[in-house]
Design a protein around this ligand. Structure first.
Ligand code: TPP
Ligand code: DXP
Ligand code: MG
Length: 643
């Protein structure tokens, strides 16, 4: 939404328009962008805090660099709204993160100025390394700018890239570190300490002031504050040893620069771009800057908000229903009180995964490792080897990058580690790299792994208890982003299978196997079939892996098996059950329903599930069509063959 108070902003529809502005106009532009962000994101929801923190530095980078000839890459991409505002997409903001609307991350389909769409952190420097090498190799002009947050720098990939970048002297690459001291919560680890020391060193503040006042005539590029101080006849007596993580790695470093002083950032980026080799510009910013409610929000500075009041920042509407995360959060504290072997690990997502209650109750048994899922998993293996039972809580999609660690560091060593995958299945507004649609397919490859997809809170609690007692293999519990449904009781239990609906007709025709959040849908399908006179049995194995042999026996007595899961269909639980049926010689055909194995755009979870044909009525219709087709095949095959 663009109002009259955005007069100056309306004039800026491209980086060229931005470059044409006088420096004296930029503070007003920054104010208008902040107002625009608050007005729009308070209505749509989104990453308000991160974007309020990058207003000035995004203005500066688009005045210094010539996008898209100079590729600008955002790490994680959640902080690219200002970039979008300045590259001709202001009018689309009322559609942010909505189906068919503006993506919440860079989108190559939206703009030539967008490069990286993956919302998984710590990738930007590797992309930038490749982009810069290509420019150099092809003797093209252009300098790559990578914008990376302090949190994303705690990811291993970032250091793999820095290790390569640091050895080069002529790579056309500038790294802008957006250091606001936080991921959601304050950034952890030695890196955070290093950044803090750079940020708070007494002399650096004076250097900061000098750079700001333009006192320093000495080239600040390629030097630490030590050289700047030496080069400046400013009477400063102290000298600073060339210090700091980045300088020690051999990277040219400029900073720290006040990331809310647009001219200071412009000056630093100008010098860095001219240098002709890799330079790291360290900008200090505040997440949520300019919105009091965000800056005061202790938990995460409005990292990701729903619809809120644009003045007070308070959530609009009544508080939502209990979520899966809420149930897990409380149950883990109970489990931790009962079993002191339980320890918990997060990868910089304490609150989003619900571990904050466990952390408060058992601070010495809680570990935040930063955005470092691979490290989290193998560290968990170490904890398990010493007799503890780690619970690693991550969003399902982020486990992808730690698959090798789970397979070989945990499972091969028969370590009892429990993985709790939040946001499993279709998530919605965060788009293709956020849907938790890969884990069931990946994890069914892991020998010995147990995977539970609870259908309700009671099953989640039970699964967590069972998992905590399995100490010779990985256990996985997955649940979606939605509210937790009311309990769905079993009408009977057959060899570990929860029977939710027993066919009245004899023989029963369709065996419906539901998994996790879609068990409710599966039960609704069963009821529709029964209403149409098709005998249906509905079961929930709860533990999808290993496959319960009782499913194979039940399948023998039905004409068709139907599986319904909130996971990609390729390699999903349906595919795995079909394989087990074949291996057991059970000829009953199986029809899988799940997420099409494609990159799904953003939208609401309900919209996307319906689009995938996972609404109960659609599944029921397809099942009836399948049954009818089977009947006609049967009658054709059994009809006497005419000569
Ligand atoms: C691999 C991975 N793990 C977790 C996340 C969830 N996540 C999104 S943004 C974020 C914090 C990023 O912090 P930082 O890089 O400092 O950026 P800021 O939000 O502070 O601008 C996290 C943990 C993610 N996107 N990718
Ligand atoms: C950018 C990122 O990875 C997270 O901030 C994500 O957007 C949060 O998703 P939820 O809103 O589902 O917690
Ligand atoms: Mg940060």
């Amino acid at each position: 939404m663009v109002t009259a108070s955005h007069g100056l902003l309306r004039q800026v529809q491209s980086p060229a328009d931005l470059k044409a502005l006088e420096p004296a106009q930029l503070p007003r532009l920054a104010d208008e962008i902040r107002a625009f962000l608050i007005e729009n994101i308070s209505r749509t929801g989104g990453h308000l805090g991160p974007n309020l923190g990058v207003v000035e530095l995004t203005i500066a980078l688009h005045r210094v660099f010539d996008s898209p000839q100079d590729p600008v890459v955002f790490d994680t991409g959640h902080q690219s709204y200002v970039h979008k505002i300045l590259t001709g997409r202001q009018d689309a903001f009322p559609t942010l993160r909505q189906k068919g609307g503006l993506a919440g991350y860079p989108s190559r389909a939206e703009s030539e100025h967008d490069w990286v769409e993956n919302s998984h952190a710590s990738t930007a420097l590797s992309y930038a390394d490749g982009l810069a090498k290509a420019i150099r190799l092809q003797h093209r002009s252009g300098t790559v700018l990578a914008v990376v947050g302090d949190g994303s720098l705690t990811g291993g990939m970032a250091w793999e890239a820095l290790n390569n970048i640091a050895e080069s002297t002529d790579l056309p690459l500038v790294v802008l570190v957006n250091d606001n001291g936080r991921s959601y919560t304050p950034t952890v680890g030695g890196l955070a300490k290093q950044l803090t020391s750079l940020r708070t060193h007494r002399r650096y503040e004076q250097v900061l002031d000098m750079v700001k006042r333009g006192v320093s005539k000495a080239p600040v590029v390629g030097s630490t504050a030590y050289d700047v101080l030496h080069g400046v006849k400013s009477g400063l007596k102290d000298v600073l040893a060339p210090q700091g993580l980045f300088a020690d790695l051999g990277l040219k470093y400029i900073g720290p620069v006040d990331g809310h002083d647009e001219q200071a950032v412009e000056q630093a980026l100008t010098q860095a771009r001219q240098f002709g080799g890799p330079v790291l510009v360290h900008c200090l910013t505040r997440k949520g800057n300019g919105f009091e409610a965000a800056e005061a929000h202790e938990e995460d500075r409005f990292h990701a908000v729903g619809k809120i009041d644009a003045v007070t920042g308070r959530p609009l509407g009544a508080p939502g229903p209990q979520t899966w995360t809420d149930v897990f959060s409380e149950e883990l504290v109970r489990l931790g009180a009962r079993d002191e072997r339980i320890v918990a690990i997060t990868a910089a997502m304490t609150y989003p995964t619900g571990l904050h209650k466990f952390a408060a109750a058992f601070p010495e048994r809680f570990f935040d490792v930063g955005i470092a899922e691979q490290h989290a998993v193998t560290s968990a293996a170490g904890l398990a080897m010493q007799g503890l039972h780690p619970v690693v809580a991550v969003y399902a999609t982020f486990l992808n990058r730690a698959f090798d660690q789970l397979l070989l560091d945990v499972a091969m060593h028969r370590c009892g580690v429990t993985f709790v995958l939040d946001r499993a299945g279709v998530t919605g507004p965060d788009g293709p790299s956020h849907h938790g649609m890969w884990d069931m397919s990946l994890l069914q490859l892991v020998p010995g792994l147990h995977l539970a997809a609870p259908r309700d809170a009671t099953r989640l609690r039970e699964a967590l208890d069972v998992a905590s007692q399995i100490d010779d293999a990985p256990t996985v519990i997955r649940y979606s982003k939605e509210a937790v449904p009311d309990d769905i009781p079993a009408v009977e239990v057959v060899d570990g299978l929860d029977v939710l609906l027993r066919a009245e007709t004899s023989p029963p025709r369709v065996l419906l196997v539901g998994y996790g959040q879609l068990v409710g849908t599966t039960l609704e399908v069963g009821r529709r079939l029964v209403d149409h006179g098709v005998g249906a049995t509905v079961v929930d194995p709860v533990w999808a892996l290993p496959v319960n042999p009782a499913l194979l026996e039940l399948a023998r007595t039905h004409e068709l098996v139907v599986t319904v899961e909130d996971n990609g269909v390729v390699g999903g639980c349906g595919a795995r059950l079909a394989q087990e049926l074949r291996q057991a010689g059970v000829a009953t055909p199986l029809r899988e329903f799940g997420i099409a194995q494609e990159f799904l755009e953003h939208g609401t979870r309900a919209e996307l599930l319906a689009e995938l044909g996972l609404a109960p009525q659609d599944i029921a219709r397809t099942v009836v069509e399948t049954i009818v087709a089977q009947e006609s095949d049967l009658s054709r095959d059994s009809a006497p063959r005419t000569a």
